[in-house]
Ligand binder design. Structure first.
Ligand code: DOR
Ligand code: ZN
Length: 371
């Protein structure tokens, strides 16, 4: 048995409030525990979006009654909530501020850079700003970090140009950190893996790329060259994050498929398989799923918390075995090595051999309660 510290996922979509048929704080945090994750930071692109005291309370009230692992909730940057000085104390109750600088799922988006400025000026520097920013808008976000002399964390990088620019910016002392998701490390847009083709009729090959609604995700799946570059520059990547973005299998297979992949239950086995293949060291995995997110997002210790993994167990990923409500996974049928056996969270066995053992509401808001 391999013993790991409680893993942290700084990027999940739990769909509460507003779309609990896809996921809620209960099913999402159960999926987290089953995946060896003991703390999640929840994104604000819900319905309504989380952007002020009232909507933050809405999400945190749901979380308090339902969460099974520990959590914090992000606030979203909108066009009219940029003066955080007017809302003293509110940022401290949140995981941090999420800024959507490119179009994606949900209503939160800031097209005009004048709308970015007040957020960078007034959001407390000791709390994280996370940017959904791709390619050139990522370069703009890094410029903002330099101008306003504050850290910025770039969500889900996927491109060679992104990892190389972050490296260069950091070498010049700009405070920029980043995360990468398993789907951008293990999938490309070019060749659908055989398992995807076999299990998903929707993955027609269109012009040599992945077709079908299930392949829709933002940022999009990239080229093999991009994927190779992420693996070659793992030392630049601070965190692994899932961007767990559950949409039901019916929605993904519809004529208007929303972008997003579930990921909480597959991140650890996929990465442990990479460890077993010597593409990644165990130390790097722990650094990117525990040590670094804890530092970057200013997260507390979880005492008496650990994950036990059978690192020799080989098994097939199956949506039918998962706790997420969405009913599918882009990794259906993949053979992985490394299975979560047991999760102990603050002294209680929270998950063991496929069963969740702590009640809804066991999870705590790490920004409110000292664990
Ligand atoms: O694919 C995505 N899905 N990318 C995002 O940025 C949002 C997410 C969602 O909430 O579904
Ligand atoms: Zn996301």
């Amino acid at each position: 048995m391999l013993k790991l510290p409680g893993l942290i996922d700084p990027h999940v979509h739990l769909r509460e409030p507003g779309a609990t048929h896809k996921e809620d704080y209960d099913s999402g945090t159960s999926a987290a525990l089953a995946g060896g994750i003991t703390m999640v930071l929840a994104m604000p692109n819900t319905r309504p979006p989380i952007f002020d005291a009232e909507t933050l309370d809405l999400a945190l009230t749901a979380a308090k009654g339902k969460a099974r692992c520990d959590y914090a909730q992000f606030l979203g940057a909108g066009p009219n909530n940029g003066d955080w000085d007017k809302n003293k104390g509110l940022p401290q109750r949140a995981a941090g501020l999420k800024m959507y600088l490119d179009s994606t799922f949900g209503e939160l988006r800031l097209d005009d850079m004048t709308l970015w400025m007040p957020h960078f000026e007034t959001f407390p520097k000791e709390l994280p700003i996370v940017a959904h920013s791709e390619s050139r808008s990522m370069a703009s976000a890094i410029l903002f970090a330099a101008i306003y002399d504050r850290p910025v964390h770039i969500a889900h990088i996927s491109l060679k140009e992104e990892v190389l620019l972050i490296k260069a910016a950091r070498e010049r002392g700009i405070q920029v950190t980043c995360e990468v998701c398993p789907h951008h490390l293990f999938l490309t847009k070019e060749v659908p893996p055989p398992t995807l083709r076999a299990t998903s009729p929707n993955f027609a090959e269109i012009g040599g790329g992945l077709g079908g609604g299930r392949a829709e995700v933002r940022p999009r799946l990239a080229t093999q060259e991009d994927v190779d570059s992420l693996w070659a520059n793992l030392d630049v990547i601070d965190c692994f994050a899932t961007d767990h973005a559950p949409h039901t299998v019916e929605e993904k297979d519809s004529d208007n498929p929303p972008p997003g992949f579930p990921g909480l239950e597959t991140i650890l086995p996929l990465l442990l398989t990479a460890v077993s293949e010597k593409r990644l060291s165990l130390d790097a995995l722990i650094e990117k799923m525990h040590t670094n997110p804890k530092r970057i997002f200013n997260l507390p210790d979880q005492p008496e918390t650990w994950v036990e993994v059978d690192e020799k167990a080989i098994y097939e990923i199956k949506a039918a075995d998962q706790f997420t409500r969405c009913g599918w996974t882009p990794f259906e049928g993949w053979k992985v090595k490394g299975k979560v056996r047991k999760v102990v969270l603050r002294g209680q066995t929270a998950f063991e051999d496929g069963r969740i053992l702590v009640p809804a509401g066991y999870g705590i808001d790490i920004r409110q309660e000292i664990s």
